[in-house]
Design a protein around this ligand. Sequence first.
Ligand code: 6PG
Length: 215
Amino acid sequence: MQLHRFASRDEMARALAARAAVVLEQALAQRGQALLALSGGSTPALYLPLLDKRVSGWDRIDVTLVDDRWVPADHADSNEGLIRRLLPRARLSGLVTAAADPAAGLDTVRRRLEALPHPWDLALLGMGADGHVASLFPGTGAPENPDPLCCAVAGAPLHPRISLSAAALASFRQRLLAVTGRDKLEILSRAEREDGLPVSLLLRDQGPLEVYWAE
Ligand code: 6PG
């Protein structure tokens, strides 16, 4: 894990957006296409407007989500709705289907994910104060779910959720994790010392991980 500390959230967002743009532009230069997966939460509103301006090839980038709450895209809690507002030019494949719950929609979600171009270039992640990433919440069984792609998550806050699995998160060519606040920095250093937190999986899975932190 590489940890980059910034004096302000604005600086953090600028650096993260600049790095994300480089990763995407490299993929576009090499393969003519790219795959970007995004998170919900509060930090995307800091860096996505900057990324929106920095990237020119949105028509060649497939965008999806690392997780969502099982609500329609026009619901206030929808990550898909959030990303559509923040990145209006993105060619976005959402995860939520018309099925009644994530377990019932799982096969469709899997087919959507399989249809996305590979390799998966970049995941932009956040971390909760309980150490969750995407919707891999501690105590739900989701972090341990062995599915190679995705899992239904029951028992998480607010709504039932759909999430990329730990194995899917491990498969990205690059992962940038936005973390704010001293308490979360402490969680991160705990995750470095011990197993058990969902974010520990990212620290141990051999995939690249760059952390962008500001108070
Ligand atoms: C969600 C997220 C979640 C988020 C973290 C961090 O839909 O809730 O995808 O994993 O990234 O809770 O959120 P912040 O961006 O607010 O730190």
